[in-house]
Structures are given as structure tokens and as C-alpha cells.
Design a binder for this molecule. Structure first.
Ligand code: PHE
Ligand code: ZN
Length: 860
């Protein structure tokens, strides 16, 4: 059995639609298995472009009828939709289709989640709702009428402003009718509809020009107490976008809806954001500090899309980073302002190295702006989002804060209401700064992580840094050109005083040197401060230098980085030669932990060490074959060595960072809990769980409860607590997700597959729910030593579940295939075992386009 040849779509083939849609009127007669959708659209030719057939997308629609100007339409089926005979003149299109929300398990288009109707249209879900030019460059005004049985769906929402809500007694049985109108033209991917038995947590916001906006977070009854934090985050976001970017909200209402079944984190539909409930619902008892921070960031992200994404959208899906890179960059700025800038930067770099670097260094590597795809859902990646945000950060660094602000104003002025490209974005910067950014644009087209090497030279009071840059070949790109790389550099003297404040060195060539004159003693450089570019830095410096920077660097990021490099090198030596943990590292870290002038959150980050997967990546880059078992042993030994070396300060550190009083998720309190919980992890290595058990018994918030439960599991002393945790939280889906994850995370490498398989038999393993599936299978893949256990049992288990999920939910299946993307790092045996599983998945009849593309790219 062979699958039909997949179709590849190319950026270079872009052509405009050829028609302009003035407005769209939609009527929904909701029914769980037979919803009727009636659409009326006013169309006219786009006389600026060559005439093209009138093509409408549609997928899985039961066609009822269609008319052009009141006459039965003449329709030809084409790949992905229909072509209709129309005059080359203005006309009206009217169609009725039927769809089945209940049968929609892929969670794209209109579907049901726990009895409520909801939609997900990005990227190409609207075509599962009605016939429509489902492409982001077609922007139109939508009016939506929703009719539904009054008992089950008291709340019925769509985009824009609610105009009308009443029962229609002219019909029998009388349905509820709700009408929404969105005055802002938008592409179909921003359409949303929600209907169900929901309760609202309401508030108001007054915009900078004095308009009052009604705010609401809609949740299922029973979740009302989890809305307050999200609402505060929304108001902060609205205020911040006014203060920092001068962007005001533009509708009379702004609604957020929490949905349990959702493939992604959240969606920025105009005026009606739909959230995975895990990304909006929060309470101290059920959410960790990490959850609170993430929720605040995602609410901000979706809100910020109103300007960067909705008012200015993407011409085509190749331009996805236009909205995503910029919006991630904006939400990172927001989090840095709300919390701690260095901590946010370090968190982001950790995430970039953990998720984007492996992608960019493996078979899935693609440019920030890809040039082709088979399934666009597969390109909502760390590269498009996180590297896309890094590119914006570099641009800001290169032009400076003021020029960045000016360019953004010009971007909003010039392109409001348009569907744009990366060229438009770059041109705005060129026009407003007068710079030529053609070389900088390579960041959008060249894939792979560049390596920057730096060598030092000191002669006659002159200190010189010799830089070189290179980039390894990536799929489809054998030759690389030098890129514009902003490298932030500062110089310190032997006392740790800054003798040269941070400067930006702009690399543009393969080799480049920069000299600093007038240094009577040899300065110590701090290079790539703040991680000023998403590159791998190689620098031939010894442990003593790193320890010096760990103690003295005036750049908070590089200070952390010095510690991380010490930890990394120590771990690599342990892995390669069995060497004992590096004393410079342990001593330097200990001094830092004791330094109460340092932010506890920052110290908690210092205490962490590179992940096992990251170490495997470094070994591979260095030409070695990583052995997951050895890496695991060395990592555990390092943690034990820290516990032993810090034994005398850990109890104080733990005690000094307890937080009294009522729970607050703010950054200061969260930082203290993070440090106390890191200390607890090490204390557990010494006391076998005695302290953790005490913490568990009195924990009154999820951060403390989960950390102590983790510590207990780590010490093999968590069985009772685990059961108690389940009994306490069995009715809370989001907490039970954590309960599943924790057991997978803390399994021994050799029993991971069995533990996971056992959990999949648990009555609560609702595998069609993406959160639950990821809580288990995502953790399986994240457990480095267990996933790559020599038995290969975890590979087989994951493949089985991917095969099972694919027909139900291709998008989530395809995303999880990336668990295999690093397979070429490992030895021949493991590679063969993974290859077998990849082949097995690929051989499935009717494999989704999503999964087929991922597997074929991973196989290479
Ligand atoms: N556009 C959403 C975001 O970045 C992500 C998303 C993509 C959600 C596709 C659902 C489907 O905020
Ligand atoms: Zn986004």
C-alpha cells in the first residue's frame, strides 16, 4: 500500500487570490452531529492582478446548496476545494453545508470539547467549516449569527462586538440567537465561534483614549475560581502594549475562553481568544509558579497578536514568523518588565538550546522563513517562534532601541490592515534607519545554528579579539554565507571591574578582528553578553577563567553562562573519563548560593545543570557518540556531589527562602520558592526524603506540593504521597496531568517503558485529550536515559501510540514525532531500533499528511 504522492507547496509559487471579499455573513445552526453553516459573501474581481478562477477551499463538508447571484452555482471539484463559474464582475456567493462537530477529533474547524462548541481555524481549519478562500491574504468583514438550542448553549460567542442576543420565538423549538459583528477585516484563520454552558469572570479596561472595554474569561462551571490571575494578566498586557508600543485595543469587548481539548497553547482569534485550559486556568492550590508565569506570558502573547498578527497579518503561511517571531519577542519583553530581565533571558536561552538548537542541528532544520512545506501545521516550530524572536532581538540590538521604536511605528502606520511579508518588515527598518539589511535577511533564509569562534591576543597595550563564523550544512543548504551577527562584548580587569562597558561588535565576514587600545594590563573579555545572537560560541578558555567570570562578570547572563559552561565541561569529563566533579565549579557555585544580594530566582537557575539531552547534543557535535546511560550516571553523580559539597549551607538556604503569609505568584515569592525547592532536591539526596515529606504534609500550594512529591519520588519514597495526591486531585484534569507526568519523569531508565505502558492502562488515561497524551507520551520522550534505554522498548511504545493517535489527531501526532529527530546522534544499534519504528509508522496505510511529512523529513 502506498500513500498518494504528497503535494509540496512553495513560497516562490505565491499568487494572489484574484478576488476581493467585501463582507461575509455566516449563520450557524448548531447541532452536535449536524450543524448547518450558511455563508453569504460579496465578491468582486481584484482588477490589480491578472484574472484567476474563483477557487474556494473546503474539506469534509457535506454540500447542501450553492448559488451565485441567486442561481444554482456551476461547481467543479479541484484539489482541496471547488472552482465556481462566476462572472468577472461583482457577485454574491451563497452556500449551505453541513458539518459534524462531534466527529471532529482532529480539533481543527468546529468541534466539541466537553459538551461545548468551539473552533480552531489557524492555519487551515476554516475550510472545514464552509467553502471559503482560506488563505491569510484574503481579509474581510464578518457578521456571524449563531442559533442553538437554548438549554445547552446559553453562551454563544464570535469575533468582534456582540450586537444581539435573544430567543427567537418565531421558530419552534425556539432557538437562542446571538449576532456578532467584527468591524475589522480579517483572514479566515482568525474566525472563532464558541457556544456552550459557560460562566464568565468579568472585568473592564479603560483604554488610553478613554474607551471602556468589557473583558471576560469564559470557563466551564466549577472553574470560576481559576480566572482571577488570567484577568489581571490580561489587563497588564493591555496596559503594557499601550505604554511600550502605543497600541490600543480596538473593540468593545475582549473575550477569552478556556477549552480542555486543544492542540496548542492558545489562539489569538480576533476579540475571542481560545485557550487550552492549561494555559489560562490558575489557582494557588492547583498551579505551580511555573504555570502562573507561563499563563501570564501566553495571555500577553495572544493579546499582543491583536496588533502583530491580526491588524497586520501574514500574506501567506511562509511568513508565519512575521507574526510569531515578533509576538514572542514582545511577550518576552513584557515578561522581562513584569518580572526579572536576566532571569527571563536565561530561561529563554535554556529553552532555545533545549528545543530550537536540536531542531536546527538535525533533519528537521529549516529557515525561520521556510520555502516549502507539505503541511503548514508542521511549521509551528521552535525555529519559527523562538529563533524568529531572536532575529527580532538582534535587529533591535543592531539598530538601537530608539530606531527600533521608530521602525515599529512606521510598520503599524504603513501596514495596518494588510497581509504582509518579511520583505515588508525589513523594508520598514531600512526606510526608517537608512541601513542596508540585505545581509541581515539571511537570518530568515539560512537554516542552522552558526558557530562563532573567538581567539584573544594581547600586545603593546592592545587587546584583540579574532572572530570567525561558520555554519554546518543543513537539509537543502550545503553552502552557507556569513551572516550579520551582533556580538555583545565587555572587558573586565583582574579585580572584576568593568574596564569597557558592553559594546556591540557586528560580525559580517567569515573572519573579523576587533582591537581595544590603551589597556596597560591584559583585560578579560566577556563575550556574547546577554546571548546577543542565537549561535554556538566556542572559546578556548580554561576553568580558572570561567570561575573568574562566574564570580565577577558584570553581565548577569554571562555570569550564569560561565557557571553553566563549568558544569558542562565537568560533566563532559565525567562522561568521557570518569573524572570527579570540578572543584572550581562547586566552590564558585557555593559562593554564589551564599550571596544573598543575588536574586533567589537567579541562584536557582545557577544551581541547575545542563540536561542529559543537551549533553548528548554537545557530545555529538564534538564527534562523539553519546551513551545515554553514562550521561545519566554522570548527571546523577553531579547532583550528589553538589548535595555533599553544599551540605553545610543547604539547610539555611532552604530555611531562608521559605515564604510566609498568603500565597502570591509574584516573581519575588516565586523566586524564593524556586531556590528553596532546588535546595530541597539536594537535601533529599542527603536525608532520603525526610524534609520533603514534611514539606509535602504541610504544602498549601501546588508549587510546594509538587516539588516535595518530586523529591520523594526521586528518593524512591513517594508511593504514599503519590496515592494521596491522586485521591486529593482526581477531579481536576490539569492536576491529574501533572500526576501522570511526574511518574513518567521519575521512572528509572530501565523501567520507563513499563511504567508508561502501565499508565496508559489507567482509567484516567484519556488519550484523545492532547494534554493528557502529552503529559504521558511527551514525558516519555523527554526522559533521555529512559527513552534511549538500550532495550529500545520506549521507542516501540511511543511509535505504537503515535500510530494509534494519528487517525484521530494528526496535528498532535505529527508534533510528537520530533521525539525521534535526534536519532542520528546515537550508536548504530539505537539508530537501527529507531529506524525500524520510523519505517513502521511510515508504512501505516492512510497515514496523515502531517505525520507522513514529519517522518519522511526525520528519516532524511
Ligand atoms: N497562533 C497561535 C499562537 O501563536 C498558535 C496556534 C497555531 C494555535 C495553530 C492553534 C493552531 O499564539
Ligand atoms: Zn503566536
Amino acid at each position: 500500500m502506498t500513500n498518494a504522492a504528497p503535494k509540496t507547496i512553495y513560497l516562490k509559487d505565491y499568487a494572489p487570490f484574484g478576488w476581493i471579499i467585501d463582507d461575509v455573513h455566516l449563520t450557524f445552526r448548531l447541532h452536535p452531529t449536524a450543524t448547518r453553516v450558511i455563508s453569504r459573501i460579496r465578491v468582486r474581481p481584484d482588477y490589480d492582478v491578472p484574472s484567476r478562477p474563483f477557487m474556494l477551499h473546503g474539506e469534509g463538508l457535506t454540500h447542501i446548496s450553492a448559488k451565485v447571484d441567486g442561481h444554482d452555482a456551476v461547481i467543479t471539484e479541484v484539489d482541496g476545494g471547488i472552482e465556481v463559474d462566476v462572472p468577472h464582475a461583482p457577485f454574491n456567493w451563497e452556500a449551505e453545508v453541513e458539518i459534524n462537530p462531534e466527529a471532529n477529533t482532529a480539533l481543527e474547524g468546529l468541534y466539541m470539547s466537553n459538551g461545548m462548541y468551539c473552533t480552531q481555524c489557524e492555519a487551515e481549519g476554516f475550510r472545514k467549516i464552509t467553502w471559503y478562500p482560506d488563505r491569510p491574504d484574503v481579509m474581510a468583514q464578518f457578521t456571524v449569527r449563531i442559533e442553538s438550542d437554548a438549554d445547552h448553549t446559553p453562551v454563544m460567542l464570535s469575533n468582534g462586538n456582540g450586537l444581539y442576543y435573544a430567543q427567537d420565538n418565531t421558530q419552534s423549538p425556539a432557538p437562542n440567537v446571538s449576532i456578532y459583528q467584527d468591524p475589522w477585516p480579517k483572514p479566515a484563520y482568525l474566525f472563532a465561534l464558541v457556544a456552550g454552558d459557560l460562566v464568565a469572570h468579568e472585568d473592564k479596561f479603560t483604554t488610553m483614549s478613554g474607551r471602556e472595554v468589557d473583558l471576560a474569561i469564559y470557563v466551564r462551571p466549577g472553574d470560576e475560581h481559576k480566572c482571577a490571575f488570567g484577568m489581571e494578566a490580561l489587563k497588564k498586557s493591555m496596559k503594557w502594549d499601550e505604554d511600550v508600543y502605543g497600541r490600543e485595543y480596538d473593540l468593545d469587548e475582549f473575550n477569552i475562553v478556556a477549552v480542555d481539548d486543544f492542540n496548542m497553547g492558545a489562539m489569538e482569534n480576533k476579540g475571542l481568544n481560545i485557550f487550552n485550559s492549561s494555559c489560562v486556568l490558575a489557582s494557588p492550590e492547583t498551579s505551580t509558579d511555573g504555570n502562573f508565569e507561563r499563563i501570564e506570558a501566553i495571555i500577553a502573547h495572544e493579546y499582543f497578536h491583536n496588533w502583530t498578527g491580526n491588524r497586520i497579518t501574514c500574506r501567506d503561511w511562509f511568513q508565519l514568523c512575521l507574526k510569531e517571531g515578533l509576538t514572542v519577542f514582545r511577550d518576552a519583553q513584557f515578561t522581562a518588565d513584569m518580572r526579572s530581565e536576566p532571569v527571563k533571558r536565561i530561561d529563554d536561552v535554556i529553552a532555545l538550546r533545549a528545543r530550537q538548537f536540536p531542531e536546527d542541528q538535525g533533519p528537521l532544520s529549516h529557515p525561520v522563513r521556510p520555502e516549502s512545506f507539505q503541511e503548514i501545521n508542521n511549521f509551528y516550530t521552535a525555529t519559527v517562534y523562538e529563533k524568529g524572536a531572536e532575529v527580532i532581538g538582534m535587529l533591535k540590538t543592531l539598530v538601537g532601541d530608539e530606531a527600533y521604536a521608530k521602525a515599529l511605528d512606521l510598520y503599524f502606520d504603513r501596514h495596518d490592515g494588510q497581509a504582509c511579508t518579511i520583505e515588508d518588515w525589513i523594508t520598514v527598518f531600512e526606510d526608517s534607519t537608512g541601513r542596508d539589511l540585505s545581509q541581515f535577511k539571511l537570518w530568515y533564509s539560512q537554516s542552522g545554528t552558526p558557530t562563532v569562534s573567538v581567539r584573544e591576543e594581547y600586545k603593546d597595550d592592545t587587546f584583540t579579539l579574532h572572530f570567525s563564523q561558520s555554519s554546518a550544512p543543513t537539509p537543502g543548504q550545503d553552502e552557507k554565507l556569513p551572516q550579520v551577527i551582533p556580538v555583545a562584548v565587555g572587558l573586565l580587569n583582574d579585580n572584576g571591574d568593568e574596564v569597557l562597558p558592553t559594546q556591540i561588535v557586528e560580525l559580517t565576514q567569515a573572519e573579523q578582528s576587533i582591537s581595544f587600545n590603551g589597556h596597560a594590563t591584559r583585560p578579560i573579555p566577556s563575550v556574547l553578553r546577554g546571548f546577543s545572537a542565537p549561535v554556538t560560541l566556542t572559546q578556548d578558555i580554561d576553568n580558572a577563567r570561567r570561575a573568574f567570570l562566574l564570580a565577577h562578570d558584570t553581565d548577569a547572563f554571562n555570569r550564569w553562562e560561565a557557571g553553566r559552561m563549568l558544569a558542562r565541561d565537568s560533566l563532559l569529563s565525567a562522561i568521557r573519563t570518569g573524572a570527579a566533579p570540578n572543584a572550581d565549579y562547586l566552590d564558585g557555585l557555593k559562593a554564589l548560593l551564599r550571596d544573598d544580594s543575588l536574586d533567589p530566582a537567579y541562584r536557582a537557575l545557577m544551581l541547575a545543570q545542563p540536561t542529559q539531552s543537551e549533553l548528548a547534543g554537545v557530545l555529538h557535535q564534538d564527534g562523539d557518540t553519546p551513551d545515554p546511560a553514562t550521561i545519566h550516571t554522570a548527571s546523577e553523580a553531579m547532583r550528589q556531589a553538589k548535595a555533599d559539597a553544599f551540605a553545610d549551607i543547604l539547610p539555611d538556604l532552604y530555611a531562608a527562602n521559605q515564604v510566609d503569609g498568603p500565597f502570591s505568584p509574584d516573581a519575588v515569592a516565586a523566586g524564593k520558592r524556586a531556590l528553596a525547592n532546588s535546595a530541597l532536591g539536594l537535601i533529599t539526596k542527603l536525608d532520603g526524603g525526610a524534609t520533603a515529606a514534611k514539606q509535602y504534609a504541610k504544602a498549601d500550594n501546588m508549587t510546594l506540593q509538587l516539588a516535595s512529591l518530586s523529591a520523594l519520588l526521586d528518593a524512591d519514597a513517594g508511593d504514599d504521597a503519590l496515592q494521596a495526591f491522586y485521591d486529593q486531585w482526581r477531579d481536576d484534569r490539569l492536576v491529574i496531568d501533572k500526576w501522570f507526568s511526574l511518574q513518567v519523569m521519575h521512572a528509572k531508565p530501565e523501567t520507563l517503558a513499563d511504567t508508561t505502558a502501565r499508565l496508559t492502562n489507567h482509567i484516567d488515561f484519556d488519550w484523545k485529550n492532547p494534554n493528557r497524551f502529552r503529559a504521558v507520551m511527551g514525558m516519555l520522550a523527554a526522559h533521555h536515559a529512559g527513552f534511549h534505554h538500550e532495550s529500545g522498548a520506549a521507542y516501540t511504545l511511543l511509535a505504537e501510540w503515535l500510530i494509534k493517535l494519528d487517525p484521530v489527531n494528526p496535528q498532535t501526532t505529527a508534533r510528537m514525532c520530533s521525539a525521534f529527530q535526534t536519532w542520528k546522534r546515537y550508536d548504530a544499534d539505537r539508530q537501527a531500533k529507531i529506524a525500524t519504528q520510523l519505517e513502521r509508522i511510515a508504512a501505516q496505510p492512510n497515514l496523515s499528511r502531517d505525520t507522513a511529512e514529519m517522518i519522511s523529513r526525520i528519516r532524511g
